[in-house]
Design a protein around this ligand. Structure first.
Ligand SMILES: [Mg+2]
Length: 94
């Protein structure tokens, strides 16, 4: 997925986007996710759409991948390391 984002951003001239702008855009997308969830829970009057929520979750995934690319972070490797940390984590339930 990171390679796909890298190629897409290069094609559109977005490879040098500032990290701070990517993070700002992520907050915008998080707001869009929040709005859909608030609709689902009845706090907002608009009709909830699972499809719209799926699109917003994917928008923020793209930006997460893009931000990782900016810092040359391999998320696939980090994903494995995270599960390693979680496996060894002591919780109240374990
Ligand atoms: Mg969006």
């Amino acid at each position: 997925m990171q390679q796909q984002v890298r190629e897409y951003d290069k094609k559109h001239g977005w490879s040098e986007d500032k990290a701070s702008h990517i993070v700002l855009h992520m907050t915008e997308e998080l707001g869009e996710i929040a709005r859909r969830v608030l609709r689902r829970d009845g706090y907002k009057k608009e009709v909830f759409s699972r499809k719209e929520l799926a699109e917003e979750l994917t928008d923020i995934l793209y930006l997460n991948l893009k931000l990782a690319n900016t810092f040359k972070i391999d998320l696939q490797a980090e994903w494995g390391l995270m599960w390693e940390r979680y496996r060894n984590k002591k919780t109240n339930r374990s």
